[in-house]
Design a binder for this molecule. Structure first.
Ligand SMILES: Cc1ncc(COP(=O)(O)O)c(C=O)c1O
Length: 430
């Protein structure tokens, strides 16, 4: 039996709201107590709004990393105790995260980053596809889920671009329809863009691709920090996200569904070909970081246990916590969007309604994005400016990527006071 939760978690008073008929709301104090950064003196007074670049790390992940480096940092899966525990913890991470995402344990694998993972996957498709076959890419994606696929044009693969609306930044599924035919093998798109913020209808797009005989590769990097998705229910063949933006260590997570994974050529050592979770990870895994990813599951379980009484399967726990996070984010996001939309000295990219978007808010200003971020830093706001490797998405919306945007991104642990601090700082700076 694998060790679950327990000693690595901070416990708090159980949420009271779930006892009656009121909807459960996220207990922000409990949440923040799970993140040592909020108690870190050197960060005090600074409000963090560059979460889309990399989130704070939750305590269970840090505790597991430290424990691994102290007592399990040996070659895993060996016959001695430290090695057995190391291997079990690595397996635990895959097993528990897979269960929360509604997929099989062997369908989850880890690589150094999402960019590296798409690069390896693109090599597999390079070998599998034939000249004349086609891949659909978007101009809304971060380059990680775009460039590696576009390079397959060198092999005679046709690359078709699903373009965003230049005014809204939106990807319209009706435009995808026109790009699909029997030549298309793969449709690559983001669950949510890291500069537009709009949440794309993954299940609908996946159904369209599947009806045309194509698989999908979904970049979930900008979505997963806002609640782990039920990948099984979404139906995606490949779903990618980055643990370091989802309260964890610097790893890229890949869900590759069995049916597609078995068809694509093996990219790992020949003797690992029959193990799905090794097939697309040619690099040796970072044992400690893979093991520490179990701490993300600890954190989600802790949130569930704090807010709900009813026992539930992992996928239902994940979904409940996802919904809690999303509701909290929407509550905090709408006032910020309203304030930004009211101004006529900036352009807010993406939707103005919080419900359909992630709290990843890019604004184009007269001043370069990087300069705006620097000015905010002087006012206790940690934000980012630049192109965020979404060069195509910015250019397609008429924003010069070199000028860049200011990006204000937060997650469920952000407080109302921090949003107020941000709005005040923006009012002062603009
Ligand atoms: C939407 C999106 N996709 C992909 C990536 C690349 O992820 P990684 O840094 O793990 O390669 C990023 C990183 O910022 C991103 O924001």
């Amino acid at each position: 039996m694998l060790a679950r939760r327990g000693a690595l978690l901070f416990v708090g008073r159980k949420q009271e709201l779930n006892r009656g008929t009121q909807p459960v709301t996220l207990d922000n104090d409990f949440v923040r107590a799970q993140f040592p950064a909020f108690a870190e003196p050197s960060l005090e007074g600074q409000a963090f709004f560059e979460n889309a670049g990399g989130s704070y790390t939750c305590a269970p992940v840090i505790a597991r990393l430290e424990r691994f480096y102290r007592s399990r940092k040996v070659q895993p899966y060996g016959p001695y105790e430290a090695s057995r525990l190391a291997g079990e913890e690595m397996d635990e991470a895959r097993q528990r995260l897979a269960a929360m995402m509604g997929v099989g344990t062997d369908e989850v694998s880890f690589g150094p980053s999402t960019t590296q993972n798409t690069y390896v996957l693109a090599q597999a498709f390079r070998q599998w596809m034939r000249p004349g076959e086609a891949i659909v890419v978007t101009d809304q994606d971060h380059e990680a889920n775009s460039g590696p696929w576009r390079r397959l044009a060198d092999e005679g693969i046709e690359i078709r671009e699903w373009k965003i609306d230049p005014g809204t930044g939106m990807l319209d599924p009706a435009d995808l329809d026109a790009l699909l035919d029997e030549q298309v093998r793969l449709v690559c798109f983001p669950h949510c863009s890291n500069v537009v913020g709009e949440i794309n209808p993954v299940a609908e797009i996946t159904r369209m691709a599947h009806d045309a005989g194509a698989a999908v590769c979904v970049d979930g990097v900008s979505y997963a920090p806002h609640g782990l998705p039920d990948v099984g229910a979404l139906g995606a063949d490949i779903y990618l996200f980055s643990a370091y933006k989802t309260y964890g260590p610097h790893q890229g997570l890949m869900v590759i569904r069995r049916a597609l994974g078995a068809k694509l050529p093996n990219q790992a050592h020949f003797f690992n070909a029959d193990t799905l979770y090794k097939r697309f990870t040619p690099a040796g895994p970072d044992h400690a970081q893979v093991a520490a990813c179990a701490g993300i599951a600890d954190y989600i379980d802790a949130l569930y246990d704090h807010h709900f009484d009813a026992p539930a399967e992992p996928v239902a726990r994940g979904r409940a916590v996802h919904d809690l996070m999303r509701a909290q984010e929407a509550r905090l996001l709408q006032p910020l969007l309203d304030r930004l939309a009211d101004r006529n000295d900036l352009r807010l990219l993406g939707p103005r309604q919080a419900a359909g978007r992630a709290p990843t808010v890019a604004v184009a200003l007269d001043m370069p994005g990087a300069l705006a971020a620097e000015r905010l830093a002087g006012r206790g706001i940690m934000a980012g400016g630049g192109d965020f490797y979404a060069v195509r998405a910015l250019a397609a919306q008429g924003v010069d990527p070199d000028h860049g945007v200011l990006r204000l991104s937060f997650v469920h642990y952000t407080s109302t006071a921090e949003i107020a601090q941000l709005i005040d700082a923006l009012d002062e700076m603009l």
